[in-house]
Ligand binder design. Sequence first.
Ligand code: ZN
Length: 116
Amino acid sequence: MHESGIAYDLYATARRAAIENGATRVIRIGVECGALAMVNPEQVRFLFSVMVEDDPLFAGTVLEMATVAPVMTCACGGYEGDDLFVCPGCGGLPSVVKGREIVVTSCEIDVEDVPA
Ligand SMILES: [Zn+2]
């Protein structure tokens, strides 16, 4: 399933970032999800919560999924926007520049207090 692969990638990415930064807990993960990525954010969030269930690093972690509008351009060079099907300039078919990707944009962590 598409969503479980995505949830796993998010988990692996956040876990690596958390360990590299000496985190004791991951508080919040911000994810941008392209409108054309064809994922169900609710399902990703659910699968993610199941995946991290036994990982104390992720106790109570909030996964914030934001959907971002796609960006299309046309070969005529006269168009950049979010119209998926028709270039307003030449009537041609625009192509996708952005909108299929799923990106971790932020990762908020708790770090153990370093003794002075
Ligand atoms: Zn065009």
